[in-house]
Design a protein. Structure first.
Length: 368
């Protein structure tokens, strides 16, 4: 096994794959990446047994013999980063050691057999669809912030992917807020399918989707999801659990609609948040005709008060929210105006863009 590759050509797939590899591993081989040489294509694979990523790169000079071996992921990535731009790296396998030469530098890396490298099981069948990378990234970017982080309800530490005829919908919730984004696309499916992609899989997949206008092929099976482009193949196991019925959480009986400038509200909430309670992050909204007053205070008896002009007619209402949740939503929404739908002080708020939108956000109220 012997080949030459430019630093830049190796660094991009290596950085992507090294991101999957955990620093602390119980199995030594999981700290390694597998290098597979077939013809003029080099494949680099990393896994943590839950998520697997294969990066591919074409070699300019076809090597003479195929081969496969595993080497330490972080060390190889650090070597590549430390070499000067425009360097060529020459890899050779000698006595079960990988020798990397570049200019006057020489590195000898330990190896482990590629036969011991685990692969994420495929599972049977699956639904196939092809979407633009930019569309898929939008789905993830608009909802991933609402995923739980270390909730005992493990199925909340991930993202629901729901396939229905003609649409792919993703949903995330941590029990206090909910984010929904829908992509209209050609899916031919008899009955709807729901799967839960784990948090790490969501984050890694979002990192890969950088070629906005290029397509990605998805295969969604009963226990795995696979995304393939010309440059990588990403596979993740799915979370075995039942996601809550998000449709029941979406407010249905809202009687009050507030239209306001997204930027004005975002800046006002940001300023009020400075003097909110650091632990609970609560702010009080006082709605009256064409105005919303935002009040915050903390145990040090400090107070913030903001008044924002909005389009609202109706009876006055006082309601409390976690300001961080509101800011998260206003951070991912686009467009100049947003719509906030409310019923009463004890009901959740529904936030969306005031024009036609593919996204909906629900934030539960706080008692203040």
């Amino acid at each position: 096994m012997k080949f030459v590759i430019s630093r830049e050509a190796l660094l991009r797939p290596l950085n992507l794959v090294a991101g999957v590899v955990e620093r602390r591993q119980t199995l030594p081989i999981l700290s390694n990446v597998m290098l597979v040489l077939e013809g003029d294509q080099l494949s680099i694979t990393g896994t943590d047994l839950e998520v697997e990523l294969v990066g591919r790169v074409q070699l300019e000079q076809a090597p003479t013999a195929d081969g496969e071996i595993t080497v330490p992921a972080r060390k190889l990535a650090d070597i590549c980063k430390s070499l000067p731009d425009g360097s060529d790296l020459e890899f050779s396998l000698e006595d079960q050691r990988v020798i990397v030469r570049s200019g006057r530098s020489r590195f000898t890396l330990s190896t482990l057999s590629a036969n011991d490298f685990p692969n994420v099981e495929d599972g049977a069948g699956g639904h196939q669809l092809t979407v633009k990378q930019g569309d898929l990234k939008r789905l993830i970017d608009r909802t991933s912030f609402a995923m739980a982080q270390q909730d005992v309800r493990y199925y909340l530490n991930g993202m629901l992917w729901e396939l229905k005829a003609g649409q792919l919908r993703v949903v995330a919730t941590d029990g206090h807020r909910l984010a929904v984004c829908t992509l209209v696309t050609s899916i031919d499916i008899a009955e709807s399918l729901q799967v839960i992609l784990p948090r790490k899989g969501v984050i890694e997949l979002a990192r890969l989707l950088i070629a906005e206008n290029e397509e990605v092929d998805l295969v969604i099976g009963s226990n795995h999801i696979r995304a393939t482009t010309s440059e990588f193949t990403f596979t993740s196991k799915l979370v075995d659990g039942k996601f809550p019925d998000y449709d029941r959480v979406l407010p249905k009986g809202s009687t009050k609609a507030v239209f306001g400038s997204r930027e004005d509200l975002r800046h006002a909430f940001s300023r009020a948040a400075i003097l909110s309670n650091e632990k609970y992050r609560g702010v009080r909204l006082m709605l009256s005709d064409n105005n919303v007053q935002i009040l915050a205070n903390n145990p040090e008896q400090e107070e913030a008060e903001e008044t924002v002009s909005v389009d609202y007619q109706g009876e006055s209402l006082e309601i409390g929210f976690n300001v961080s949740y509101l800011l998260d939503v206003l951070g991912v929404l686009r467009g100049d105006k947003i719509k906030i739908s409310l019923a009463d002080a004890n009901s959740s708020a529904l936030l969306e863009e005031s024009e036609e939108s593919d996204s909906m956000y629900v934030v539960m109220p706080m008692r203040l």
